[in-house]
Write a protein that binds this ligand. Structure first.
Ligand code: NAD
Length: 468
């Protein structure tokens, strides 16, 4: 099947034309369409993760100070179960999806036939550097595509490990890892892809979309933003605090779906802060910076950004800094100004603002006045409160009485809405993102009723009116 070659794509003196054309040629041979080939590649990827677990955990420790449990559950383990789920459902996902056929088209069959898009670009982010690069790749592979994987330069240990391992385990005629930063990403974006899947911030998301527009290439943008959390006055405070601490301070708060800030009714804030402090001590000890379970900030530039959020802010807990690691202890600020940077920008770090509101309606209004978040959390004993929040707000995902747990369900598509992104993946949603669901209608020669053909007449028209 012909796949148009890339012609002009030199940016900053870097050119990936040969790389992309080689993958396009490989796709044209049809080898990635074979289900056996896809299964074999998914098995290879699984083997890569299992056989190199030690090196992977070491790289994640070097890049982000991730402890073994977090690194395993949110990266290796996550990917392994993603691959298992994909292998289990691949047959079903690739089958034609039958729909009914209207009487006018009888006898006939109608269905959607998934087909691979071709050669795709996957650009990963640094905070879950393995998962965010390979989970889209699992989906792209399952759907039968060739791919270029571009890991984030801000997690260099994981980037170089992936660049070393992928060629050892995978069919290198169908996948290439391109390491690098802005210049390499720009040169890649200049090429003509069949899909671009980008994970990262909003500013670069716009650059990716503009580059894709030049070739009318579809994009998936997995972005971020400020994910709010409402804590109702009627809630199980102990479990609420425990789950908030888990979701906020995992990976030192550098999670796109971490609760960014908490909204709580005035008068309830001290109780909530006390419960969170107690939980923090129980999970990370009296000195979290000495805890082996508490991660680093990715680099000193990001630590500096976070320190600026605390300048003049009403810090009620934490705020300790370790410049050398670099790291910041779990920090709570109470009622920072809504115009301050910490309330204007995505925090993406271990600072939790607690903002008091007059009522549940005010909390909902607060959220609705701001860009649509990637995730929204709500804690309450009262189901009608949770229902109201779900009905009256818009976000990529909602999780009630917990944080981030929706990520464990591969049946739930993951993605943003509005400024938090477009498109989604995980499980079948990922397979569909990297597939074209081709519309097919199969007709037979029998029953070739003449009423749809010219010359038209009043009788033919009245028959058509009845049938359509
Ligand atoms: P980052 O700096 O790692 O950048 C992401 C990718 O974009 C990298 O591969 C980088 O090389 C590339 N890039 C950088 N500049 C570029 C340019 N000018 N042109 C093309 N590509 C370029 O990550 P980041 O942007 O700091 O990531 C943090 C953001 O990502 C946060 O907003 C977070 O919420 C979001 N995020 C979203 C998800 C999600 O799944 N929705 C997951 C993780 C992070």
């Amino acid at each position: 099947m012909a796949n148009r070659p890339v012609l002009h794509a030199v940016e900053n003196g870097i050119c990936f034309v040969d790389t992309v054309n080689a993958l396009k040629n490989s796709f044209s041979t049809g080898k990635t369409r074979s289900l056996d080939w896809r299964r074999g590649q998914l098995e290879n990827l699984k083997r890569m993760l299992i056989e190199n677990e030690h090196d992977i955990l070491k790289a994640l420790k070097a890049d982000l100070g991730k402890c073994e449990t977090e690194a395993y559950t949110s990266e290796c383990g996550y990917l392994l179960s993603d691959i298992e789920h994909t292998l289990k459902h691949l047959n079903k996902w690739t089958k034609p999806r039958r729909v009914s056929t209207p009487i006018v088209a009888w006898p006939g069959k109608s269905f959607q036939q998934p087909e691979p898009l071709g050669t795709v670009l996957i650009i990963g982010a640094w905070n879950y550097p393995l998962q965010l690069l390979l989970a889209p790749y699992v989906a792209a592979l399952a759907a039968g595509n060739c791919a270029v994987l571009k890991p984030s330069e801000l997690s260099p240990a994981t980037s170089s490990l992936v660049a070393r391992l992928i060629p050892q385990y995978m069919d290198t005629t169908t996948v290439t890892v391109v390491e690098g930063a802005k210049d390499e990403a720009t040169a890649l974006l200049a090429c003509h892809w069949d899909h671009i899947f980008y994970t990262g911030g909003e500013v670069v998301g716009k650059i990716v979309m503009a580059a894709a527009a030049r070739h009318l290439t579809p994009v998936t943008l997995e972005l971020g933003g400020k994910s709010p959390c409402i804590v109702d006055k009627h809630t199980n405070l102990k479990v609420t605090a425990r789950r908030l601490v888990w979701g906020k301070w995992m990976n030192s708060g550098q999670t796109c779906i971490a609760p960014d800030y908490v909204l709580v009714e005035k008068g309830q804030e001290n109780q909530l802060i006390d419960a969170i402090k107690k939980e923090l001590k129980s999970q990370y000890g009296k000195d979290p910076l000495a805890s082996r379970d508490f991660g680093n900030i990715v680099n000193t530039r990001h630590l500096q950004r976070l320190k600026e959020y605390l300048e003049g802010a009403p810090v009620v807990y934490g705020g300790q800094i370790d410049e050398a690691r670099p790291a910041m202890s779990p920090t709570i600020v109470l009622n920072p100004s809504v115009d301050s940077k910490v309330m204007q920008e995505e925090i993406f770090g271990p600072i939790l603002p607690i903002v008091t509101v007059a009522s549940l309606d005010d909390a909902i209004e607060f959220i609705n006045q701001r860009p649509k978040p990637l995730a929204l959390y709500a804690f309450s004993d009262d189901d009608s409160v949770l229902e109201k929040i779900i009905a009256q707000t818009s976000s990529g995902s909602v999780c009630t009485n917990d944080t981030m747990m929706f990520m464990t369900n591969p049946e739930l598509p993951f993605g943003g809405v509005g400024n938090s992104g477009m498109g989604n993946y995980h499980g079948r949603a990922g397979f569909d993102t990297f597939s074209h669901l081709k519309t097919v209608m199969k007709r037979a020669f029998a029953l070739d009723a003449p009423f749809r053909y010219a010359p038209y007449s009043k009788l033919k028209l009245s028959l058509l009116k009845k049938l359509l």
